[in-house]
Design a protein around this ligand. Structure first.
Ligand code: DGP
Length: 125
């Protein structure tokens, strides 16, 4: 069920629990600002989620409230994970769903990294 991205951050969400170590994940990368792990329901051969460590609901919330250091750290982490997964030559896709119409289900900012196969058009008509 898509969430309302204008609501305040709820630290009971699944990714907050993963960050606190209360739920497991298959980690692929971690640094001061970001954690990356495999999506539990992969939609492509490579489907990795990258999340910031801070309490941000969505891309909108992150862009408005995060520090320059958090933003730089997160953006660099996304690039690092894609590069590390050797997807730069073949190409890949980044996606961040925001709110109800965006189809966001987990109310903690995450960027999906898709790759490993031709990804087709951006959206189905
Ligand atoms: P979105 O619709 O953009 O909010 O995508 C949420 C993604 O999170 C979805 O692709 C499935 C994934 N997901 C949900 N719960 C878990 C979990 O407990 N572990 C992992 N690794 N991924 C999860």
């Amino acid at each position: 069920m898509p969430i309302d991205a204008s609501l305040p951050y709820d630290d009971g969400n699944i990714f907050a629990k993963i960050l606190r170590g209360e739920l497991p994940c298959t980690k692929v990368y971690e640094d001061e600002h970001a954690l990356a792990f495999h999506d539990i329901n992969p939609l492509a051969p490579v489907h990795i989620l990258v999340i910031p460590k801070g309490p941000y609901v969505s891309w909108d919330d992150f862009a408005a409230r995060a520090s320059d250091a958090e933003i730089a750290g997160f953006v660099r982490a996304v690039g690092h994970v894609a590069r590390d997964a050797e997807m730069v030559v073949q190409g890949y896709r980044l996606l961040s769903n925001v709110g109800k119409r965006g189809g966001q289900e987990v109310p903690h900012l995450h960027v999906h990294i898709f790759g490993g196969q031709p990804l087709g058009p951006m959206l189905a008509r």
